[in-house]
Write a protein that binds this ligand. Sequence first.
Ligand code: SAM
Ligand code: SF4
Length: 438
Amino acid sequence: MKETKHINTDPLRIREILAKSLEMQVLDLTEVSALLALEDSSLWFEVFDTARRVKEKVYGKRIVLFAPLYLSNECTNDCLYCGFRTGNSDARRKTLTVDEAVQEASLLAGRGYKRLLLVTSEHAKLAGIEYIEKVVDAIYSSTDIRILHANTAPMNVEDFRRLKGAGIGVYQCFQETYHIPTYRFMHPKGAKADYAWRLGVMDRAVEAGFEDIGMGVLLGLYDWRWETGALIAHCKRLINKYGFGPHTLSVPRLQPAQGSMVHNLHYNVSDDDIKKIVAIYRLALPYTGVVISTREPAGLRDKLLSIGASQISAGSKTSPWGYVEGGDTEQFETGDKRSLEEIIGKIVSLGYMPSLCTACYREGRSGEKFRHLAETKAIKAFCNENALLSLKEYIEDCASGDVKDQLMKMLDKEINKSTNGLAEKFRLIEQGKRDIHV
Ligand code: SAM
Ligand code: SF4
């Protein structure tokens, strides 16, 4: 990027920016530009370490775990990079029945998941709001899943109200690219061809009552520095307008997909670039959750935990019916094939605390309340204890072998440190009580 020549990236300036982030202040766009333009690799180590410290100031050591549940791959759009696109004539199409969606959710609940992300293609007739409402209602009433988030096509305000009313926690949608010529090229058909409709999606979701929104760009479509800056600018616009920005930022990177028309990427995003992007999101918006999906390979995901990531998916399938039967056409290939149990074991061995907690949603600590707790650093205490309670349930209901032993050792140590009745709560869980949280 030629423009970066004019940006001051000397160590003093970069350290000033890092200090501001450590004070939990949102960075301004000139500060974000300095981080994006930084080349000195020794300073990048300081940036990564500061991102870790910022993350631990807000959330402590906890890493939230979830899985996606794909409802439909029948799509009326033709996003050139996606296996579900209407032009992929080799795709085997499926929309889960409500009963099948419940079976998928029950299977995941049986593995220990408490939080799922519902994902659908765009199809007003087959996978519109009425269908989604029915699915959400059925999963809440007949499984142990405690919170559902949703990554669906953009809706109008009225449909967003229904989605929120159904009990969705976070509404997530990625702009894919902010670069208009690239957007037009990549999205030639269907409702998604309308750039402005997609750009306004979060305004409509907020107007409908969603305070917890999840945003992202699909890395690999255009210059990642430009996209990262544009996404942060979008977040800051929302903060100025509504007083809050996204609850989460995701870091999806383009993966091979059956029927994809996007090969030989001109805007390749390397593993090192992903680390930089995660650190910049963390530093620019210190209170925002940073989500890493199973698109990324295991080794990189493990490293990102110490650079600012706070939520990861585990054991994911990216096709409808993927958990019960292996599924049909995947949306894209996953890079991390480890099960939830394997990932839990890995997180513990890296010194972090896996969490299956959904307490904030149970207690209505979302939106403004959550932000206030994060800003006063009180959320950390909730997160730590709730993560431990969720792991105790996991030990009782699902864990096996070495991972079970690892978790039991960790919980024993925590009981010894605890002064707030943790041992008593663990006893209640052993006796069969569930969903104990603070
Ligand atoms: N269909 C809705 C949409 O497009 O907004 C929501 C679900 S879509 C299945 C979720 C996201 O998957 C998209 O927003 C896109 O960023 C991502 N995606 C699509 N194809 C991908 C690929 N080949 N590699 C990585 N991510 C991909
Ligand atoms: Fe459909 Fe979403 Fe895939 Fe585009 S990214 S083809 S809208 S499922």
